[in-house]
Design a protein around this ligand. Structure first.
Ligand code: AMP
Length: 219
């Protein structure tokens, strides 16, 4: 398979996209590009841009296309992930973003788009019960808390619910996913780039499935 694959991982929020994208990027030695992580970092640093993005994120809404496309355009500048290979996580999220991605990476087409499939009921429980360490971002679940309640086992940081993980916000994000992101699945399917991978099960098993699919599909 090509040494530095260019991959996109699609999937509902809570499907395990973030974790699996990071593992895949590590496995293939390419860059993990997460628009959500970029926005969260900027918001934590309190930049004007980050605080604006946070308003949308906290409301469970999508950050406007112009902003997100600008961020990706900057990120894909020469010498970046476009040369090194990448796993895109959380982008594209609308059909417009998918078309813009084609423009930004033109001449270096995607190798594969993976739809990590986890049913709505399962992801709802995962996200609404998710708790995250403010410091190192390690994630827990209300059913599987840290040893000392809400103190991170890894770094002793404060473990809390992300502002955009409340039940209301999760409902909105999942509805948005159905409306905005499913058309992207069809867009890539029509171009024979899409493969669906079952995202239900233990993380290690899902990861094995993902690597197998990449090895089989990318020449
Ligand atoms: P994530 O960590 O991927 O779930 O992203 C967290 C939040 O960041 C989303 O709910 C959106 O508000 C925002 N966001 C991340 N990526 C995008 C994108 N490609 N388009 C619009 N909004 C985004």
């Amino acid at each position: 398979m090509t040494m530095q694959p260019r991959l996109v991982l699609l999937g509902r929020q809570g499907a395990g996209k973030g974790t699996q994208s990071a593992r895949l990027a590590d496995h293939f030695g390419v860059v993990h590009v997460s628009t959500g992580d970029m926005f969260r970092t900027q918001a934590a640093q309190g930049t004007a841009f980050g605080l604006e993005a946070k308003r949308y994120m906290d409301a469970g809404e999508l950050v406007p296309d112009e902003i997100v496309v600008g961020v990706i355009e900057e990120c894909m500048a020469p010498g970046g992930p476009l040369d090194a290979g990448f796993v895109l996580d959380g982008f594209p999220r609308t059909l417009h973003q998918a078309r813009e991605l084609d423009r930004v990476i033109s001449g270096r087409p995607l190798d594969l788009v993976i739809d990590l499939d986890v049913p709505r009921e399962i992801v709802f429980d995962r996200i609404a019960g998710r708790r995250v360490c403010e410091n190192c971002q390690r994630t827990y679940h209300v059913n599987l808390p840290p040893t000392v309640p809400w103190v991170c086992d890894t770094c002793r940081g404060n473990v809390r619910q992300r502002d955009d993980d409340t039940e209301d916000a999760v409902e909105r994000r999942l509805a948005l996913y159905e409306a905005e992101t499913i058309p992207i699945v069809e867009y890539y399917r029509a171009r024979a780039l899409l493969i669906t991978v079952d995202g239900v099960g233990e993380g290690d098993d899902v990861f094995e499935r993902l690597v197998k699919v990449c090895d089989e599909q990318i020449s």
